[in-house]
Design a protein around this ligand. Structure first.
Ligand code: CA
Length: 508
């Protein structure tokens, strides 16, 4: 007698389970059971722009409080050693989408258009039954691909009254961009999505990117306080590579009148900004005429800069609170993995700078906090070396999908569950490409381990070695110190190994 279709299917399931058990028993082969769609977790990826972890109180900020981001840390896991592969906006975003280094995904610097035909994790999640959406900053020039729904800022996007690109054309929205991105995300969560499917939402802010225009709710925050200065605000960059003396990202000289809100706040592209700043001139002369000079002037500019930066962060945190509250009220929180991160770190006066780009700790480090109710032990801290390179593989594993072999990152799901695999990476690879360009940070590449960092500025053949245990602020390269000769040899070997592993054949 022919079995019914139902019986055939049931028989197939039993056979599959027996085979999986057999393979697991005889070979240690990992067979991942298919996760029923209804049990797959939703993924909410909260991604900000230029939010340094030392402006998050869960990371020990001495300059601000971020209660909603902190809440994620107290209910989830905070990563102390998450690093980007290339400390600049568009490249970091392309690495997140592809799980591949810049030289593989093609976006080596901000001027390159992302090839949206390539494999990305949203495409794979969509294929696996997820509904995928991105709302907010995209910054990759090509149209988003792999999303059921998208509403993205054009380029950097303005802080006020932002136009958005959508599959149906451009829409204009009035208000403060951080609030609006949240409104749009909540609208989609409430009434836009298909509630029969798990979702993956990339909720991505422009803030707190330059030029740090605060929202209406925070215009006067910090008016009556003095924000503590970083201890390296007056760094002279001795004992480091020659590029430190040549960069153009100092609080002292390079914040523009536009940045400092000394001129009307119109939105400018890079070309207009140069013309605008040239027209208004370097303002130090004007300050000097008014009697504000030297270190006092740097301090004044630092306060002006950091207060606006932190006001923008405050808006991000408030708005995250709105989203977390929505997840609570709807019961979605229980089955939603919430990830908070930002595309790179940022100098908050550290080394006398603003901006990013360098492989130094402040700009290399990314915040990464993950809440996954019932799976991550609350208030845990991880110190393994992880990267934005790992995000794509992580999201795929969360969704029960296979991670394609050509992805270069590793899923951090085992770390989230408190199990660091014995073969977890012991070093990370970094490479920065954008030179000559704004801020004039020379090209470099390097390796970081838990204790050491070796950097090669290859176009000027200069090396730096930092002992992060003895010199966490990276104030003195010990590359030429004979006491570190052995580490130099080992790290150079490791650097070559990483270049081979990640197939970085770009010329040096
Ligand atoms: Ca950025």
């Amino acid at each position: 007698m022919q079995p019914t279709i139902r019986h055939r299917w049931a028989g197939g399931l039993v056979f599959g389970q027996v085979l999986a058990l057999f393979l697991a028993c005889v070979s240690g082969y990992q067979v991942r059971a298919a996760v029923p769609t209804s049990e797959k977790p939703n993924i909410l990826f909260v991604f900000t722009d230029d939010h340094a972890s030392h402006a998050i109180s869960a990371y020990g900020s001495k300059i601000n409080r971020t209660p909603n981001i902190d809440r994620l840390a107290s209910e989830g896991m905070l990563f102390r050693n998450c690093f980007c592969t290339n400390s600049i906006c568009a490249p970091s975003r392309a690495v997140v989408l592809t799980g591949k280094h810049s030289h593989v995904n093609g976006v080596i610097h901000n001027g390159i258009t992302f090839d949206g035909d390539q494999q990305t994790f949203p495409k794979l999640l969509r294929h696996a039954g997820y509904q995928t959406a991105i709302i907010g900053k995209w910054h990759l020039q090509s149209e988003p691909t792999g999303f059921d729904h998208w509403q993205v800022l054009i380029g950097q996007g303005p802080y006020y009254n932002p136009p958005f690109l959508t599959p149906d054309g451009k829409i204009e929205v009035t208000g403060y961009t951080t609030d609006i991105i949240t409104d749009l995300a909540l609208d989609w969560l409430k009434s836009g999505r298909d509630k029969s499917k798990p979702f993956m939402l990339m909720y991505q802010h422009k803030a707190p990117h330059r030029n740090w225009q605060p929202g209406p709710d925070h215009l006067n925050m910090y008016d009556d306080v003095t924000i503590p200065e970083p201890v390296t605000l007056f760094d002279d960059w001795a004992n480091r590579n020659s590029g430190c003396q040549e960069q153009e990202m100092t609080i002292a000289e390079h914040l523009s009148p536009h940045d400092l809100k000394l001129v009307p706040q119109v939105e400018l592209n890079d070309e207009q900004r140069v013309a605008w700043d040239a027209a208004y001139g370097p303002k130090n002369e004007a300050f000097e005429k008014a009697g504000l000079t030297g270190d006092d002037l740097v301090r004044w500019k630092y306060q002006r800069y950091i207060k606006d930066y932190l006001r923008c962060v405050a808006s991000v945190d408030d708005n995250l609170g709105r989203v977390l509250q929505y997840l609570d009220e709807t019961g979605l929180a229980d089955n939603t993995v919430v990830v908070y991160s930002s595309d790179q770190g940022f100098y908050l006066g550290d080394h006398g700078w603003y901006d990013k780009r360098w492989m130094y700790e402040v700009s290399l480090r990314m915040p990464l906090i993950v809440r996954w109710p019932g799976k991550i032990k609350p208030e845990t801290v991880n110190t393994d070396l992880v990267q934005n390179l790992d995000f794509a593989a992580t999201f795929l594993e969360l969704a029960g999908c296979e991670v394609p072999a050509d992805m270069q990152g590793q899923s951090i799901v085992p770390l989230l569950q408190g199990r660091t695999p014995p073969d977890w990476r012991k070093s990370i690879y970094y490479r920065y490409y954008e030179y000559p360009a704004v801020h004039m940070v020379p090209k470099h590449y390097g390796v970081r381990t838990d204790r050491y960092k070796l950097i090669h500025y290859f176009e000027r053949n200069e090396w730096e070695l930092f002992d992060l245990e003895k010199d966490p602020k990276e104030m003195r390269s010990v590359y030429a110190d004979p006491a570190y000769a052995e580490q130099v040899v080992e790290l150079k070997r490791e650097l070559e190994h990483l270049r081979e592993k990640y197939q970085d054949n770009q010329p040096l």
